[in-house]
Design a protein around this ligand. Sequence first.
Ligand SMILES: [Cu+2]
Length: 468
Amino acid sequence: MNTRRAFLTGAAVTMASASVSRHSLAGLPEPVIQASPNTQDPLFPKSGRDYNPVVTLNGWTLPWRMNNGVKEFHLIAEPVVREMAPGFKAHLWGYNGQSPGPTIEVVEGDKVRIFVTNKLPEHTSIHWHGQRLPNGMDGVTGLNQPAIPAGKTFVYEFTARRPGTFMYHPHADEMTQMAMGMMGFWVTHPKEKNPNIDVVNRDFCFLLSSYDIDPGSFTPNPMTMLDFNIWSWNSRVFPGIDTLNVRHNDKVRIRFGNLTMTNHPIHLHGHEFQITGTDGGPTPKANRWYEVTADVAVGQMRQIEFLADEEGDWAFHCHKSHHTMNAMGHDMANLIGVDHRGMAGKIKKLIPDYMVMGERGMADMTEMEMPLPDNTIPMMTGDGPYGSVEMGGMFSVVKVRKNQPHNDYKNSGWFKQPPGTQAFEWKGNKPAENRSNSAGNSSMNRVHPQPEIEVQVKKPASNTQHKH
Ligand SMILES: [Cu+2]
């Protein structure tokens, strides 16, 4: 207890951030609040051991103050308004003005003190996922500590014992509090050269979260267990997720953690990566191999690394297609291939707002002038240089550019493909189609042959010289 008081009132205090005001030095650190959902520049350390900071997609790193050799952070658990995409705001719970909360960056061996002030309408706690720490600091309400009542501040203290990729989240009324967006990233940088941790030029991080917010409403339904309609990275959805802007031949690390209720195969185009670490720590180099998709299960974290040696705008997304399209597909009949000609007109006489959806696939939705309720998530939008990207959820773009300056994270616009390197329309003659007349071979032939089933394939009306 004496040491703790000495930390709080110590005279030899160095400032880590201009936003920590002088009068607060002897007491609780003044909380730093972030109002913007935009990706903030990396926060280079002004005190403590040096390291190469991360960039949090549509997020930021929490400034700290040094107090007698201890890094002090102040988290405020509170209701927030998060712009999840342009035109769509959600009433979430988070930390310091945003959901997710700010990223906490420390160095292996750092003594860390985190003040947690609860401004929620109910009790909370924070669990420091993946950390080695004293049992009483692990944050499980009822098991390791009493809950932090509304209006109170608790203090967590531990040493960041191992380097790696971690996260924090409540361990109190978890179903509600995580469904409402309470989570944050934690990175512990290595204190010295580690044979399993390479130096990289760019280091990005984000958390995967899902929400159930009815169109036209603002607040997630915390009772939902599986049927989520919003799939987000750092509580943002495409086209609201910022791009990952890198310089050609940069070595890039991307860290992500999954706090949704299902797994996500995260897929990068145009490059191969290795999984270099998990929340369990750096992966030994002999146990790495190349992948283009990394599945991250519920409650897991992955860090991937690749050499960005192909210029271009490369898609980076969850490979579950429903997770890149958000509210699509809910309670809708599958109408692909159904011929509606004339039907809409007849129904419109009865139901003036009736519209036909989906008979040629879902892409028509991008052109549909559908009156949406106010505050509805964008659906299959995001205009690229060649039309709609037709996405809506866990989708972003890794932009690799020769002229991207070192340590500069700005978006340089669309990639201009060199002439002759883009897919193009065939305009010559087409050969006649030869249809297979074989039913194929079977390892277990039928004893009594049955007539073949005729399947009619309805093809869209074509305006080409295509002959059947
Ligand atoms: Cu997914």
